[in-house]
Write a protein that binds this ligand. Structure first.
Ligand SMILES: NC(=O)c1ccc[n+]([C@@H]2O[C@H](COP(=O)([O-])OP(=O)(O)OC[C@H]3O[C@@H](n4cnc5c(N)ncnc54)[C@H](O)[C@@H]3O)[C@@H](O)[C@H]2O)c1
Ligand SMILES: O=C(O)C(=O)C[C@]1(C(=O)O)C=C[C@@H](O)C=C1
Length: 301
């Protein structure tokens, strides 16, 4: 489905800091929708930044972080979570007062707590954001305009967040095709720990467990079929991104790992006791929940 074109751009100049899958897909979608004037990109990886210009992900590459943001009316930080606050601290002195700053990080409490007061000190407005869509790929080469269509984006304004800044960031994600919902940072981090961070931890652990299993002389991964590949797609995701998420949402991720361990222990016990009825009930309950998720996705909910 093509993105609708806006009558008037939402912002004159957008600076994208971190020109990868998530930021690049956003600028491609916004450019396609006519929602932005000019897009300036900055990335510490010069090869990736040059590629972003060639692919039309950004209109122009800046020569430094300071020049990227100096004349922007909106700055989008699409960096690994632990890079967000240090980079925000570095760029804020170069922003004009009133500039809106937003991010795409997968963890929100630590990010918003660190950046919001800094932004206010420079007379700027920070709005925490997180698109709930992505892939296991990285870099400008992985960006595509339709990534956010029909997906959700969570914004995490606080009582100190400027209303006009929230309205602008909301309109931006809507122009990219997403439905915007607002949520408290802590609620965001606990929900994401369950539905995104735990599955990634399990996928990484599963691939390592099976890879390290040395009871066969041959490489057993050569035999993987749909089941293993479907389940482990996300274990191909960027290691730096997931290191940062695991560390910045540590308590909630550990809580979900403990919950998972309880259910795995129950399953193990049922198998040890050869309890067919318990196993069937366990699998039936899971199938009902999973099928309901798939059905609601089909209905577009
Ligand atoms: N990948 C996903 O599925 C997904 C989904 C939603 C949100 N997110 C979040 O969005 C953010 C970006 O993720 P992505 O998938 O686009 O990653 P990515 O690796 O594709 O892009 C990140 C870019 O940031 C650059 N970078 C890293 N540190 C930098 C620094 N200090 N200064 C300048 N550039 C720097 C990298 O060179 C890279 O090009 C992360 O916070 C991630 O948690 C990711
Ligand atoms: O589809 C994928 O590859 C993703 O991992 C996307 C995904 C997720 O659903 O867990 C990953 C991290 C995010 O912060 C948001 C979305």
């Amino acid at each position: 489905m093509a993105l609708a074109t806006l009558q008037k751009p939402l912002c004159r100049r957008l600076a994208l800091v971190g020109v990868g899958l998530i930021g690049g897909s956003l600028t491609l979608a916004l450019k396609q929708a006519g929602a932005v004037g000019e897009v300036i990109g900055w990335d510490r990886d010069a090869v990736n930044l040059q590629l972003a210009v060639e692919l039309g992900v950004v209109d122009r590459a800046a020569v430094s972080l300071a020049t990227a943001v100096a004349d922007a009316d909106l700055v989008v930080l699409a960096l690994p979570v632990q890079a967000l606050a240090p980079v925000a601290a570095e760029l804020l002195p170069h922003l004009a007062p009133g500039t809106v700053l937003t991010d795409t990080g997968s963890v929100k409490e630590s990010v918003v707590t660190a950046i919001e007061p800094l932004a206010l000190r420079f007379g700027c407005h920070f709005v925490g954001g997180h698109p709930i869509s992505g892939t296991e790929r990285s870099g400008a080469v992985a960006a595509f305009a339709s990534l956010y269509q029909g997906k959700r984006c969570i914004l995490t304004p606080t009582s100190a967040t400027d209303g006009a800044a929230v309205a602008l960031v909301t309109a931006l994600w809507q122009a990219a095709g997403s439905a915007v919902v607002q949520m408290d940072v802590r609620k965001h981090d606990r929900i994401l720990a369950a539905i995104s961070h735990l599955p990634h931890m399990i996928a990484y652990a599963l691939v390592n467990a099976v890879s390290a299993y040395d009871q066969y002389p041959e490489n057993i991964l050569e035999y993987t079929a749909g089941g293993f590949r479907d389940f482990t797609r996300i274990a191909s995701s960027d290691p730096v991104m997931w290191r940062d998420i695991a560390l910045e949402n540590r308590a909630a991720v550990l809580e979900m790992i403990a919950q998972f361990e309880r259910f795995l222990a129950e399953l193990k016990g049922d198998i040890e006791r050869a309890d067919g009825a318990a196993l069937q009930a366990f699998f039936r309950q899971s199938k009902i929940s999973r099928d309901a998720i798939v059905q609601s996705a089909v209905r577009g909910e």
